[in-house]
Write a protein that binds this ligand. Sequence first.
Ligand code: DOR
Ligand code: ZN
Length: 424
Amino acid sequence: MRLLIQGGRVIDPAHEIDGHLDIHIENGKIAQLGRSLPSDGARTIDASGLIVAPGLVDIHVHLREPGLEAKETVATGCAAAAHGGVTTLVAMPNTRPATDCPAVVELVREKAAPTKIHVLPAGAVTVGQMGEQLTDFAALKAAGAPALTDDGVPIQDLALLRQAMIQAKKLGLPLLDHCEDRDMVCNYAVNEGRISARLGLPGRPAIAEELQIMRDVMLAEETGAHVHICHISTGKGVEIVRQAKRRGIRVTCETCPQYFILTEDEVLRQGSLARVNPPLRTRADVEAILAGLADGTIDAIVTDHAPHTAEEKARPLPEAPSGMVGLETSLALALTATYHTGLLPLKRVLALMSASPAALLGLDKGTLGVGRDADLVLFDPDREWIVDKDQFLSKGRNTPFHGRTVRGKVKYTISQGNIIYQEG
Ligand code: DOR
Ligand code: ZN
């Protein structure tokens, strides 16, 4: 199929492109960018008034299959991705069984193939994510895993973590680390502080995250491994990464819209819907995350899309599972909180959601170069809309953003030249 995308404002941060251009797509690839290209019988999309950008690359998504299909399946998660403008995603390994061997990596990839979303299953660091025995990193890499992580379950054993970094470094695989000391956070529901005290609940202290970030930085320095800190949520955590980068240590980090928009107070309003690991923090932390986005300390905006059933999330705060969905709201939330406030230029927001995460995992994604897969998102940056969880294609409806007015609406998502989502 041939497609011509006409009259949009093309922004490709990796190539420093920002201008009104047409894009010709042929055989699933970007064939040409230029002014006033002839249609030559291709199907045309009128993109006037829209931004045309690389499809979003979300490197932190929980698809839940195999084993937890009541929460989400690969198919529903990928439909949600398309709805949100995401064309490439990294699927987390806390499935049942865990994605700790090539067979599970292959299974997830097979399930994803018909969806046209590029799904890259991350491999678990330890067998069953039990934190005891390393998985076969080389075999996971050969099966297509772009990175290793035990996300959801912090790694406590320092000797094991150091060995993991030494092996990951040899294979050129980044280690994506969920930093929170397990003995300090247990299964607690909220940030330790004002709100936990008010609710009379034990809390998850910021230091539990910061200590593991510091630990990871030191191990990254010593082993030379690339450590990527998942969903950073505290101001001091951002500062540790900032200093480490200045010293030339191979550490990168990501955050999620919930950490630069919401505070722990949300728990009082929304209860279990505002429960997430790491927890929502304080206003000062939110400001520090925004500063980290602005000065380049934070490399990527991801979702940590973590669907749970309505029944699970209806449980009282101490018993409900942690996590919130995000694939269908991330672009709008990021634009609303950073671009429309004047904090970041549009090109930078898009880089944080495509080119930069792709580059840090070494993926050939997130740009609009000629000859690349034609993965694009077309969106109206200014269009106001109200988040409605009942419009989600994800099985998960667990968002604390339901009812919120946001700006920036996805109109088309195109993957490998196929229109995989179109508004209306
Ligand atoms: O809130 C979270 N939910 N944080 C994680 O690290 C895991 C995730 C999940 O799998 O539900
Ligand atoms: Zn995590």
